[in-house]
Ligand binder design. Sequence first.
Ligand SMILES: *Cc1c(COP(=O)(O)O)cnc(C)c1O
Length: 412
Amino acid sequence: MIEKKLPFTKLQIEDIIKKYPSPFHIYDEKGIRDNAAKLIKAFSWADFKEYFAVKATPNPGILKIMKDLGFGADCSSLPELLLAERAGFTGEEIMFSSNDTPVDEYVKAKELGAIINLDDISHIPFLDKCCGIPEVISFRYNPGHLRNGNPIIGDPVESKYGFTRRQIFEGFRIVRDKGAKRFGLHSFVISNELNRESYVETSRMLFKMAVDLKNEIGIRLEFVNLSGGIGIPYRPEQNAVDLAALGKEIEREYIEIIAANDLHPMKIYSECGRMITGPYGYLVSTVLHKKDIYKQYVGLDASMANLMRPALYGAYHHITVLGKENMPADHIYDVTGSLCENNDKFAIDRKLPRVDVGDIVVIHDAGAHGHAMGFNYNGKLRSAELLLKPDGRVEMIRRAETAEDYFATLNF
Ligand SMILES: *Cc1c(COP(=O)(O)O)cnc(C)c1O
């Protein structure tokens, strides 16, 4: 059980709203940095690098923090590559893990000197034709029936991603013949997973494959990329993944499998997004209306265009009514946005203290896959993103969209 604390007071938020009207996302830089330090420490035994999954929070204000932490950037589209480049990432600080990839994306990734992580064996000739096979190359492995996924990402057999086991071996032979010299292996089979063992299992699976690759075809992997998928405690009764324990458990696998088979040193990479920024971002919104029909509704000035996860996955996001933290949660509300879609609800049958028009509501854990999933359906405009600096200053790192932005691609 963790207490859903906030890094700001009601007074602070009221002040911020005077300058930047709600709704907005606000990110807690200190929270991000303190958590990142835990991840780095957990893997201090290894030659480790986290490549932050840009899609989680694609904002240079966030990416510059990542760069400052020594992290790389994990991209999967041309705009994400351009964003990483403009945020200051160069060469192998960029991981390109895409799928169904168009030519221009490979061209840009190659030009940047990014590490290219191929999703399919057919992309070897595709990449070779457009850009040539780079010296360093990585493959994404889909274990199929050899591995259970988790409920969020699903059964690997049903997943469109990755090479089969046989294709991994064949693929490495092909790229080696074409001149590749440095090799990596990646797999992403769990998502938002709070159980450490799933992530340890991925490391064990990839480490064992590293041994098989060495023994069977003489390929020595330079790195294993454990990818993303570490979950966060969206619900107050859940606990965060103990990163120190996770690091130790993966170290044990490394010693037993990698070191014991004379594969040390081998680099370990991760590509986490959610656990890096998720808990440190908040959607701040004001109550516009209350409605009393067959159920009780609280209508916010934010909508699912600001945070789609509840509507998309029925995901739980904790809600705090500022200034009412210590009042009994003795009312039951559906907390809604204004979209003409009945699933535009941040919470259904949520127990909250009595809510009044004008109350400020904070929706927790919106720092990853939050603003980023925003859209313009129904003429909804995406809100601003703010960064709460460690010294208490607030910086606007993305302005709110205007109607002119919405019209920018149209001809009248
Ligand atoms: C989305 C994604 C990630 C990040 O996943 P999280 O659940 O945010 O940690 C990492 N790698 C790839 C290839 C992804 O598509």
